[in-house]
Design a protein around this ligand. Structure first.
Ligand SMILES: [Zn+2]
Length: 274
């Protein structure tokens, strides 16, 4: 029997198919795929798939996609849809919670917070070993707390989400708004353009506010940073370490360990553990 694991973010879809002793890996751009169509194509090609695990960059509860600010989805009740049509078990979980499931296998700590900066800005928290989920598995959606008003909308429909300032998609929106080239974070910080400088300053400020809020609210022992933007800019670790005391309760910063995730793709690794 084969198993399929998918990690779908705002930019990329990564898939690993475990066909007995062969592992097939694939990476495609998210905007080029319809998730259901993608899954159905794989099922028709590999008809012995009996389990699908999905890490999803959006809000998910009990197999149903509640919202997906950075991914276009038509079939929201994905678990029932696949089960009714193919009798295949499917588990889908929020990508940050998947990442947390994977990361906690690599630490002895039980109070862990994660902050990932990729296409979006996400977090997840384990309190005494239990993942904080809330009523609809929506807990820790740090990207959608209010920060400042922006002249455009977040994928969630509001115009003041912190994700609009500290995420890959947010940077792109600001660069389009100011008609700037597609700068990465380093180019923004080095640029002489006053708007580029402003975007960079807001990014750092928003990142620190997000990290500070997580630390103050959840008092973790370890804060794990990850996501594409952090991986491309590992110096952000020091920016947070050096400034966090101005953004979080001082007592919560004592003995706090802030690190960058050692896993290459913790969300996909977490999907394999669903
Ligand atoms: Zn939002």
């Amino acid at each position: 029997m084969s198993k399929m694991y998918i990690d779908i973010g705002g930019t990329k879809l990564r898939c690993e198919l475990f066909l007995n002793d062969i592992i097939l890996k694939e990476e495609v751009l998210s905007i080029e795929v319809n998730l259901i169509e993608y899954i159905e194509k794989k099922i028709s090609k590999h008809n012995d798939i009996n389990f699908i695990g999905i890490s999803f960059a959006g809000q998910v509860d009990e197999g149903v996609i509640l919202s997906s600010p950075n991914i276009k989805i038509e079939e929201k009740d994905i678990k029932s849809y696949i089960f009714k049509k193919y009798k295949i078990a499917l588990k889908i979980e929020n990508d940050l919670k998947c990442a947390l499931i994977a990361e906690r296998n690599y630490t002895d700590e039980s109070n862990i917070a994660m902050l990932f900066v990729g296409t979006g800005l996400g977090s997840a928290v384990s309190d005494n070993g239990r993942i904080i989920r809330g009523e609809k598995n929506l807990a820790c959606e740090i990207g959608h707390i209010p920060f400042k008003k922006a002249p455009f909308l977040c994928g969630c429909g509001k115009n003041n989400c912190i994700e609009l300032f500290a995420s890959g998609s947010g940077l792109e929106k600001w660069e389009n708004y100011y008609d700037l080239p597609k700068f990465d974070l380093e180019e923004l910080s080095a640029s002489e353009d006053k708007n580029a400088k402003k975007i960079y300053k807001n990014f750092i400020e928003a990142l620190l506010v997000a990290a500070g809020n997580i630390i103050t609210l959840f008092n973790p022992k370890v804060l794990i940073l990850g996501g594409g933007v952090v991986r491309a800019n590992p110096y952000l670790l020091n920016v947070i370490k050096e400034n966090i005391k101005n953004y979080a309760l001082l007592q919560s910063c004592e003995d706090l360990n802030i690190i960058i995730s050692k896993l290459k793709n913790s969300s996909l690794e977490g999907a394999k553990l669903l």
